[in-house]
Design a protein around this ligand. Structure first.
Ligand code: SAH
Length: 371
């Protein structure tokens, strides 16, 4: 049995309320939580001795009983287009990937929420690798703390990361509590003070958790739609069997209800001859036309096992034009970081797959899911 002594407590695991309780338990005033958060998240200090507005006694107690543990960098790769990908090792040896995407006027960090993923989407490299475990909230927010420190040092500017997308490895809504706790830290004015608009959570369509998210932490929502009919979507995203398109779209409507400025982003992969014809575009238009939504077309990023091809640029362009003509705000996502395998759906950590999916033959897979 592992005995969890207090020296194991990683302060990154706590949102403000939890940290306040922790301090109260030690007879400290609750504002200590805000002070410590500012040191960690705003000043990037992980050495308690440097937290000079805390009493010496408190610093000693923190040093003895807690820690600020960040993941370790295993590799760091820079793409020709400026995006950058890190392979990060967690305390138990599992590895995850995190990607930074700089753009004109903003910098987006793409964060992982699980080691692997259990959803088995056919077109996703993480899915093919299987699943190991959920990340803790400290491991989720730790990606932001670590990369923020690195980018600050290399650029000299305080605010390099302006946006966060929960679009790395894993299904964030299957790790609900930890993801929400981590996002609350990102939103906290004593930490990064990001606005809810600047955090986007992407889900494959966990309907009940979408309703819960709206109540508990209503950040921007992206939904991996990828197909306009249940028959096709179930083949691509097996979760569709449980939560079919009609239920998913109803949940999207509820998510943005009551705020006319809000929109759901539908992610739609462009897979050659699979979901990219004019007929598919017409079906998609019918589905989303009446929703407060926008559509992101994502050119498929191939990997060896996938068995799909990317749609031709002209096809994507025609598809885009049809949606735009129907009055749907549509953006074709630029593919970034392809040369370093950092593009959407290419994230591949290093971990032991508990589901054994990674050993599966693509042929065997298609019988199981498509058949
Ligand atoms: N599980 C969440 C978030 C992870 S992936 C979700 O499903 O939304 C983030 C986005 O990348 C999703 O829209 C996902 O469908 C997409 N994606 C996965 N594999 C891809 C690939 N090979 N090429 C392009 N996009 C991919």
């Amino acid at each position: 049995m592992t005995v969890h002594t207090e020296s194991n407590i990683n302060l990154l695991e706590f949102e403000r309320a939890g940290l306040e309780r922790l301090f109260a338990g030690h007879g400290e005033r609750s504002y200590r939580a805000a002070q410590v958060m500012k040191w960690i998240y705003q000043r990037g200090v992980d050495n308690f001795d440097e937290m000079t507005n805390l009493s010496k006694d408190l610093r000693a107690t923190l040093k003895e009983r807690t820690n600020i543990k960040l993941p370790i960098i295993v590799s760091d790769r820079l793409s020709n287009d400026g995006s950058r990908k890190w392979l990060l090792q967690l305390a138990d040896g599992n590895c995850i990937e995190t990607v930074f995407i700089p753009e004109e006027g903003r910098g987006t960090l793409c964060i992982s929420s699980q080691v692997g993923c259990s959803l088995n989407c056919r077109f996703c490299s993480t899915g093919w690798q299987g699943f190991n475990r959920n990340l803790t909230s400290g491991e989720i927010v730790g990606q932001l703390v670590l990369i923020n420190q690195i980018l600050k040092e290399s650029s000299g500017s305080a605010r390099v990361i302006s946006n966060v997308v929960m679009m790395g490895m894993g299904e964030p809504l299957l790790n609900f509590d930890n993801v929400v706790r981590a996002m609350r830290v990102m939103l906290d004015d004593c930490a990064y003070g990001l606005s809810k608009r600047r955090i986007t959570l992407s889900t494959a369509g966990m309907v009940p958790a979408m309703d819960r998210l709206r109540k508990e932490c209503d950040v921007s929502l992206a939904v991996s739609l990828h197909a306009p009919t249940d028959q096709l979507r179930t083949q691509l995203v097996p979760l569709n069997r449980k939560y079919p398109i009609s239920e998913l779209l109803a949940a999207c409507r509820r998510y943005v209800a009551g705020d006319t400025r809000r929109r759901v982003t539908f992610e739609y992969l462009m897979l050659k001859d699979v979901n990219d014809t004019n007929a598919h575009a017409r079906q998609l238009i019918k589905l989303v036309r009446d929703l407060p939504a926008k559509v992101n077309l994502i050119p498929f990023n191939p990997f060896p096992k996938a068995g799909f091809q990317r749609s031709e640029p002209e096809r994507i362009n025609t598809f885009w034009g049809m949606l735009m003509d129907a009055g749907i705000i549509t953006i074709t996502r630029k593919t970034r970081g392809e040369d370093i395998h950092a593009a959407c759906g290419q994230l591949a950590g290093k971990f032991h797959d508990r589901t054994r999916r990674s050993q599966m033959d693509p042929a065997e897979f298609s019988v199981r899911v498509v058949g």
